[in-house]
Write a protein that binds this ligand. Structure first.
Ligand code: HEM
Length: 140
């Protein structure tokens, strides 16, 4: 049972990762300011839905597996909190930006991609740490 729950958590992490990578295409595909704000809102909602599923599955694994709050679980929660915080900040920035000025629009698009890079790095970092842990690099 715990293995299945863990599998769900892991799959959700990978779906989340694929979503973040696919998101890089968004700024270059949309050149209309109104559309950009609308799609960006849908992006953030999807981001939060996926992140919530990852966290929920992780918490179920932790409690159903009677695991303790070790440094790895705390790191995952911190990574999760950081990603959510960055995404909410990004969303507010896009929401209130005046994108009718092409200069602002270009800066916001660049910012979107930089934030996506940061989000991908956090998730890759976490996957890397957990893979090393599973390989026994940090001891048993
Ligand atoms: C936010 C709440 C989260 C909780 C409570 C949580 C909890 C857990 C637990 C208990 C495990 C099993 C650890 C072990 O084997 O000792 C695990 C595995 C894992 N978690 Fe999370 N997690 C959370 C979020 C995340 C996030 C945001 C990511 C990615 C950024 C992530 C990536 C992983 C990975 C890659 C594994 C290893 C899966 C495998 O065995 O290959 N987790 N998580």
């Amino acid at each position: 049972m715990i293995n299945e729950l863990m599998f769900v958590h892991k799959i959700l992490v990978y779906i989340f990762f694929i979503f973040l990578v696919a998101g890089f295409a968004m700024p270059s595909m949309i050149n209309d300011a109104y559309k950009f704000k609308k799609i960006s809102f849908i992006y953030t909602m999807t981001f939060q839905a996926l992140a919530s599923m990852v966290a929920f599955a992780g918490l179920v694994v932790l409690y159903a597996g009677h695991m303790s709050w070790d440094v790895f679980s705390v790191s995952m929660v911190l990574a999760w909190g950081m990603m959510m915080f960055i995404e909410i900040k990004k969303h507010r920035l896009i929401k209130y930006a005046d994108l009718t000025h092409s200069n602002n629009f270009a800066i916001i698009k660049q910012g979107f991609n930089k934030i996506s890079i940061l989000q991908v790095l956090i998730i890759v970092g976490m996957i890397g740490i957990m893979s090393l842990k599973n390989m026994g690099v940090f001891g048993s």
